[in-house]
Design a protein around this ligand. Structure first.
Ligand code: AMP
Ligand code: ZN
Length: 481
């Protein structure tokens, strides 16, 4: 088995990586704050994590990924209060939208999506442990703060100059910057707006609510244990969020919180950081409206390494729309071909090897994407020769399936769930299946069973299950083909 290496933000180096138990990678990925639709910048981070989980599986490991949903924090409460609603009324529809949008981008389901509001007891326990260990204290405002000067390792991840730490200086907001290193709130005493919006719970320290950082520590350790294999997020989370997660978790357990930290760089829009607060937000809704398939956005983002900034430009997105169309045409051609050549199989094997090597080397998506391009070019030339080698064709199909199982760039009918294009494509697919099944019936009636079988294979290759029953033949889509 080949090596797998990943850049570790803690050491600032690319390091060999394997799960602690040799089998299952336990990874925690900080999820969205569900108060507004996530923007395409957020999805760049979620997409890099999706590529990571798929690559880990390609490498032969199982993956347990936890992605939290932040459904209580300063911004959510502010929004809810302004609209005279509860935080739940704000977060529930946005959570649904998040899942819909991430499916649009073909971001696989994580194994667990824990919500902060459903883990308050775990968070209270963690605060209790930090109080017992003398790392947390109650301030005059009734809130509980973390005493960062008592945690010797504070600032290691973000390479903070800890000499600037002023013991006892506090910050109550969830987010703050490096110039503002202070004791941060673990548990915030309830304010009237917290009570009004349903964001206050009982605790040994009175009514209150958890700080954002606390949430991730409590849920990560609940589902993945005291030491995770991987902890990921966007670069903006290195400080203070991940620094504070480390302080809370290691402060309570005394063992390393994560074996490796990985962070994805930002997506910029014409040079400036995309953020929900700034006007330059492109959401999945924008993509859907403009009929840009999620796979095109995947393609675009895989064109730049995850540790480099990506500047979103319309022309590039247009280029990716064309590129995935070509990938789709190739997939179609490969599935309809009747035979191949030994060179076709070799093209597939070469591409598969190159894709593995690229992804196992710190997730080099641009190189993997380029290897797929080479495959398609070589394979198209071979398919022009109308070869009859069935086994070679099967091998090439298997290589393509392996590569596409990780990059997932082939457009398919159910992509744009619900929009007109998708409906049209679904109808076309149904028409095609019915037409092929009719041809199969004819072949069977003519006792040409080998033709009938090859038609069945052709249908199944497009991800459709065919079942012959007493009432006739039934079919259904089981995966994107
Ligand atoms: P949030 O909902 O703001 O907590 O962000 C969810 C995830 O998106 C976090 O991992 C952030 O680091 C990441 N993120 C936020 N903005 C961007 C951006 N412009 N580009 C890439 N990732 C981002
Ligand atoms: Zn987090």
């Amino acid at each position: 088995m080949s090596e797998f290496a990943l850049y570790n933000t803690m050491s600032r180096r690319v390091e060999p990586f394997a799960p602690a138990d040799g089998e299952t990678v336990r990874m925690y990925t900080c999820g969205p704050t569900v108060y507004k639709p996530a923007h395409i910048g957020n999805y760049r981070t979620f997409l890099f994590e999706d590529l990571l989980r798929r690559t880990l599986r390609l490498r032969g490991w199982r993956v347990v990924q936890v992605m939290n949903l932040t459904d209580v924090d300063d911004k959510i409460i502010k929004n809810a209060d302004e609209e005279g609603r509860s935080i739940r009324e704000i977060t529930e529809p946005i959570t649904e939208l998040f899942h819909r949008d991430r499916r649009y981008m073909r971001i696989e389901d994580a194994e667990v999506y824990p919500k902060a509001t459903e883990h308050i007891p775990e968070m209270i326990t963690l605060v209790g442990q930090l109080m017992e260990r003398g790392l947390a204290y109650r301030a005059e405002d009734g809130s509980i703060y973390y005493a960062i000067s008592k945690f010797a390792e504070y600032g290691r991840l973000s390479r903070l100059d800890t000499r600037t730490i002023k013991p006892g200086a506090r910050v109550a907001t969830d987010d703050y910057n490096k110039e503002d290193v202070r004791d941060f709130a673990l548990w915030k005493a309830a304010k009237p707006e917290d009570e009004r919006t349903g964001a206050a719970w009982d605790s040994p320290w009175g009514r209150g609510r958890p700080g954002w950082h606390l949430e991730c520590s409590a849920m990560a350790m609940k589902y993945l244990g005291k030491t995770l294999d991987l902890h990921c997020g966007g670069v903006d989370l290195i400080f203070p969020h991940h620094e504070d997660e480390i302080a809370q978790s290691e402060g309570a357990t005394g063992v390393p919180f994560a074996r490796l930290w990985c962070h994805g760089e930002f997506l910029l829009v014409e040079g400036s950081k995309m953020a929900k607060r700034v006007g330059n937000v492109v959401t999945m809704e924008t993509l859907r409206e403009q009929r840009i398939p999620g796979v095109a956005a995947r393609h675009l983002m895989f064109g730049v390494h995850y540790r480099q900034q990506l500047n979103l430009k319309d022309e590039a997105l247009e280029g990716s729309v064309q590129a995935v169309r070509r990938i789709g045409e190739f997939a179609d051609r490969l599935s309809k071909a009747r035979g191949g050549t030994p060179e076709l199989a070799r093209a597939g094997e070469d591409a598969e090897r190159d894709v593995r090597a690229a992804l196992f080397d710190d997730l080099n998506a641009p190189r993997a994407r380029a290897a797929l391009d080479v495959f398609i070019r070589r394979a198209n030339a071979e398919l022009d020769r109308n070869g009859s080698d069935r086994a070679a064709l099967d091998r090439a199909r298997a290589s393509f399936d392996t590569i596409d199982g990780v990059l997932d760039l082939t457009p398919r009918p159910q992509d744009a769930d619900g929009d007109d294009n998708a409906r049209l494509e679904r109808e076309q697919l149904a028409k095609w299946v019915e037409e092929r099944l009719a041809a199969r019936r004819e072949a069977r009636a003519a006792r040409d069973f080998s033709l009938a079988d090859s038609i069945r294979e052709e249908i199944e290759h497009r991800g459709i299950e065919v079942k012959d029953g007493p009432g006739g033949t039934e079919w259904r889509v089981v995966r994107g083909g």
